[in-house]
Design a protein around this ligand. Sequence first.
Ligand code: FBP
Length: 552
Amino acid sequence: MSQAISALQKARLAYSPKLPDVFKGEFAIEYGETVLPVATHQDEIKMLFPGSYGKPMARIVAGKSNLPTDAITVGVVLSGGPAPGGHNAIAGLFDALKKANPENRLVGFLNGPKGVFTGKYIELTKEVVDSYRNTGGFDMIGSGRDKIESPEQLNGCEKTLKALKAVALVIIGGDDSNTNASILAEHFIARKLPVQVIGLPKTIDGDMRNEFIEASFGFDTASKVYAELVGNICRDSMSGRKYYHFVKLMGRAASHVALEVALQTQPNYAIISEEVQEKKLTLSKVVDEISDMIVRRAEAGKNYGVILIPEGIVEFLSDFGAMLEDIGHALGQYESDFDGMTDVAERSDLLASKLRADNAAVYKGLPFNVQVVLTVRDPHGNLLVSQIESERVIIEAVEQRLDKMKKDGKYNGKFAALAHFFGYEGRCVQPSNFDADYCYALGYTGAQLIRAGLTGYTVSSMNLAAPVSQWQMGGVPVTSMLTLEARKGNLKPVIRKALVELDGAPFEAFQKARETWKTEDAYLFPGPIQYFGPSDVCDAISMTLALESTKR
Ligand code: FBP
């Protein structure tokens, strides 16, 4: 960390994250019910993970401690995209380990999973950890998107952890990284090695959650940052009265971020990918709806507005779904042909030649830069959705539609559109009080799962809408969250992504209000995250979490 720090950084270094009351006195681990994966894939998951399948839930409860205090060495790695609060997760882990036994050691693997299998790490001392408390970013040790899957990678991890005499590795990541955790845990069980693997739920996308993990960390802060920016854009829009702002919001597949920001700011229109999928909407249908709204607003003298677009929209449009599936298969089947091919035009032509004729036609009809992005996948087989300029594709389609309507005498307004993408702006922000507390509690709990000897678990968290003192922390077996999904055309075990539920409280609240937002300017202006001040301002939880808790 550089020497010069801002006044806010200085003040935040002094913030003490709140911990659930259960950690204030003596506590123990209690085991509960066994949770199994979705019925459709139980046999396959059991076969792939014989050693870690069918384990019970673990809960932290007040009572006489049943946790050992022997000195141990633990490794930690940050995996995937950054999310606000990662440094606090490490601080919570560090403090809990040191509290259990001051001789305990924590090492941080550098630049993601590859740091584990290539043995690159630093010692996380008090001095290092103290200088990152309550800061944003993942720069304390860096992050990366490598998989831990191949025999070489698994053996590399084994070699490194053995050399360090580490009893456990904590993987801080999203669905793919927690899947890595279960693969590695199973590897150590099969090899009868005493190395445990514990995962922590991180991702701004908000899609790594279920009844046992009520939130992934980073979602709260990132959504608040985007909501501030969208609120500012709404105000600019109704001040200048001349632009339509099309704002794409990060969140790879699920629309949780777009929905949360819509609830916080009440824009004129927000696309929710899961609804698009449910209604089997095509791009043209989505454009119909947006154009109709623009026409109605023009009739009321309003040639401005704000429209939110979730990052993952292309994968949910019915006219793109079949093509993307075909692309996934082609990239998997002809992987060696694409490897090393750097000329983007050649890549795009090769891909088109491997697709079914109808899909190739849709593909070649896309802007060239979108075609290029579609020829690449991340190491986990995910589409690089953040690089697809869907906001520009939609603007162009709306423009064409409005031109036609104008010619047909059905529209008489002015349409000037601006495109925005808010994503990277929100991932390394200093965590909100919620994320600062939550991450610290996650790390603190992770240390207890290690002390209990558990492996193949992700830290669980319940009752998060209540004050921190009442949060219920524990562990959920990763295998219970696994399903099988096609990645590059092959079925792979992955943690089931939590998509927006159309019968869930957040979507219902949005659905109830959205008609009014189309024509009236019902914008809300959440403003910047506040760290100090009245609790209802600076400790506010996300609307998603608040609304969901009303349905539990
Ligand atoms: P994680 O799932 O690793 O948390 O990353 C989420 C995310 O921020 C997505 O919202 C986005 O699509 C992607 O990362 C961008 O990835 P990259 O940082 O590799 O550009």
